[in-house]
Write a protein that binds this ligand. Structure first.
Ligand code: THU
Length: 355
């Protein structure tokens, strides 16, 4: 599973060990549930004030909480399209301050608390809940299974002579599509007399987080069937990338007006200049199968980049030659951006210039 973890707070120092264990705990859940390596989850550690704002906005509860799970609702996409192999589960937001506090309160320390909150939240994203007793027992057992895998289970702690862990359950899952409540960030600042400036800063951070969460949701919603299909194929082609030098795998997939899909990956060479990019491999494969300029409707390129992957200049020139009107830039996290050839290569060199 791909875990995008970021510590977005500076209120408490989270030791490296705790972060490592948190990731291990999440991977343990992924293993137990047979999640693919391409399943992705994003984890963010925030302050009490930031989680307070999110808790108020999304759940209408006007206080900080320990953890929030934001499920990316992909269920709306019709199943027969398959969708990309890569699956965005959603966002886990943990209050680092609350994790430290609860770790002390429950007597098992920060490590176990942080891992517990992460595991609990990931289980929510996988559909577990604790609305009734039966569900609660099931979820609790799943939590222990994962914690056991990394020797942080209650049994392990008991053996260490730690205090018993009062079973606690964290905030419930939030489905952005259905449960968004209109809220305000102002209340946080208002309620903290004397800490106004800090609260304002936190309010801004929360606002940013809030916007990001909604954008991710919208991105998934906006990903049409063609994009999903091309992304899936490009990711598959990317696995064949021959990249002994850069180790940077790129995949591409293009769709012809006839409805055929051709894919490509980057193929490197010890004489560096001979390296061929994924986009060109895809275009040349299509061309060797008889596809001619004007017959390609869209090309998608994907790599493991922070932002979407942008094609190099040489590929843009080849795209222009083949008159590919639309290019979809993507990354393995599932961010996608559509752009026209004109925007990609303004004033491009054309055969018409010399003929
Ligand atoms: N690469 C592509 O495949 N497409 C691009 O548009 C940019 C770069 C590859 C070439 C090389 O194998 C690696 O990325 C690093 O430059």
């Amino acid at each position: 599973m791909i875990i995008n973890l970021s510590d977005d707070q500076d209120e408490v120092k989270i030791p490296k060990k705790a972060i490592t264990l948190l990731k291990k705990g999440l991977q343990a859940v992924a293993e137990i549930h047979g999640l693919s390596e391409k399943t992705e989850v994003s984890v963010s550690l925030v302050s009490d004030e930031v989680i307070h704002v999110l808790n108020k906005n999304y759940r209408g509860i006007d206080r900080p909480t320990d953890v929030l799970s934001f499920a990316l609702d992909e269920a709306e996409e019709p199943e027969e399209t398959g969708g990309p192999e890569q699956h965005l589960l959603g966002d886990i937001i943990i209050s680092a301050e609350t994790a430290v506090r609860q770790g002390k309160e429950y007597g098992h320390g920060l490590n176990r608390e942080l891992v517990y909150l992460g595991v609990h939240s990931l289980l929510h994203l996988l559909g577990y809940d604790h609305m009734n007793r039966d569900d609660k027992v099931k979820m609790r057992a799943e939590e222990e299974k994962a914690l056991q895998k990394i020797s942080l289970s209650q049994e392990d702690l008991d053996q260490d002579g730690e205090d018993a862990d009062p079973v606690h359950f964290a905030a419930t899952v939030i489905n952005l599509a259905s449960e968004k409540k209109e809220g305000t960030e102002d209340n946080v600042a208002a309620s903290k007399a004397g800490k106004k400036e800090k609260a304002e800063r936190s309010g801004k951070k929360a606002e940013k987080k809030d916007r990001k969460l909604r954008m991710r949701q919208n991105d998934v919603k906006r990903m049409d069937k063609t994009t999903q299909g091309l992304l899936k194929k490009a990711l598959k082609a990317r696995e064949n990338a021959y990249v002994p030098f850069s180790r940077f795998k790129v995949g591409a997939a293009l769709l012809t007006k006839e409805g055929d899909v051709f894919t490509g990956c980057n193929i490197e060479n010890s004489s560096f200049g001979l390296t061929v990019c994924a986009e060109r491999t895809a275009i040349f494969t299509a061309a060797s199968n008889g596809v001619r300029p004007g017959e390609i409707s869209v090309l998608l390129v994907v790599a493991d980049t922070d932002d979407v992957t942008s094609p190099c200049g040489a590929c843009r020139q080849v795209m222009a030659e083949f008159e590919i009107p639309i290019v979809i830039m993507a990354n393995i996290k599932g961010d996608v951006r559509k752009i026209s050839l004109e925007e990609l290569l303004p004033f491009g060199f054309k055969a018409a210039d010399f003929s």
